[in-house]
Design a binder for this molecule. Sequence first.
Ligand SMILES: Cc1ncc(COP(=O)(O)O)c(C=O)c1O
Length: 417
Amino acid sequence: MSETEVELPKTAAAAPAAATAPWWQRDDLALRGGHLHLGTADLEALARKIGTPAYVIRAPRVTEKLGQLHRALDRAGLDHRVYYAIKANRTPQLLSYLAGQGLCGADICSPEELLHALSCGFREEDISFTGTSLSRADIETLARFEGIAINFDSLAALDRFGQICPGRKVGLRINPDRGIGYGGSEMLQYSGTAATKFGIYLDRLPEAIEIARKHGLTITRLHFHAGCGYLDREMTQFAAVLEASRAFIAQLPGLTDINIGGGLGVPHRASDAPLDLDLWAKTIAQAYGGAGLTVSVEPGDFLIKDAGVLLASVTYRERRKAVEFLGLDAGFNLAMEPAFYGLPCEPVPAAPRDAAPSPFTLVGNVNEALDKWAEDHPLPDPQEGDVIALINAGGYAASMRSDHCLRGDARSVLLLD
Ligand SMILES: Cc1ncc(COP(=O)(O)O)c(C=O)c1O
């Protein structure tokens, strides 16, 4: 093909492409010079150098999101703290970067996460623990760290802790009996009409207060986490959860802090709009304004999910019946949410070919039928060896990965610009 032949279609395609920018495009995730860039990194070139599969995280994106959160909470007049939920992505380099920025503490859920957060540079007083199904050994470990804020999610755990550490200040994880249903999956339900394993329900709060009294514990903090992935359309449910928490607050005159968990969502598909942070913060201020409480929030996905991509290479292209399949060298074991919860990691070519898109079913390299990245997904003539970026793979991908079929390995790169 001559240079002119290459140039002409590119010029012709430039105007319509700008008019119909893909929904996920933003300043730091965009096609430039025909290649997908995350920050200043050319993802196709990066994949060719380091190999695939590879997780790539742009750390400054997380800092930007932290800044947005703080500013919205400030504008709403809320005294607040932000803890990053490290279960979303515990890559040590990322955690050390965040600890060094000083914009957030760490939300942790197990003794190992505690030791990991400390090893990455978070200070005890910047760590908040909320875990579930705690063993005696778990509680004994936690008890050694007097600086961390601990929220107990069962009467049994509270009682065990009180026996070991009478007289301490503690938090309770409550279940406000209202959930934020996320349209994508029933399995992401943390609270709601049916009983879940999380938190203390209102009918048992008097027993929790009595256990605390028996051990001289002071309940200074309430915690709840009522759902995942919420956007503007879920704000009414969010307001109902906050309202329901007030019945707990009313019974605890010594409270100084309310931790409203995580759950803030990011767009996953073209029909999603980003969460309006001012609306979110205003909703919180309406529920707790004037109560003199410090509001803590512990987002995972909101901070990290769209800061990361999983780079994969096309292994083969083949029609089965009427379906064009495209194989990738990355399976669902590297990012489970699409298969488990129906939360897509949209496949984006890192160097899209100059061709009309046609539909493909993208599958991974694990021997499970649910190992599918997308169905009927339009791509422009992909070929073996092409690099595909699975976007929104920053949260709950690397941290949940498994070794199923011994396909577990993936590199990890942290971008600092
Ligand atoms: C107690 C608690 N806090 C925070 C989070 C973070 O949630 P998200 O990543 O949806 O913000 C979770 C997620 O499971 C959680 O269970």
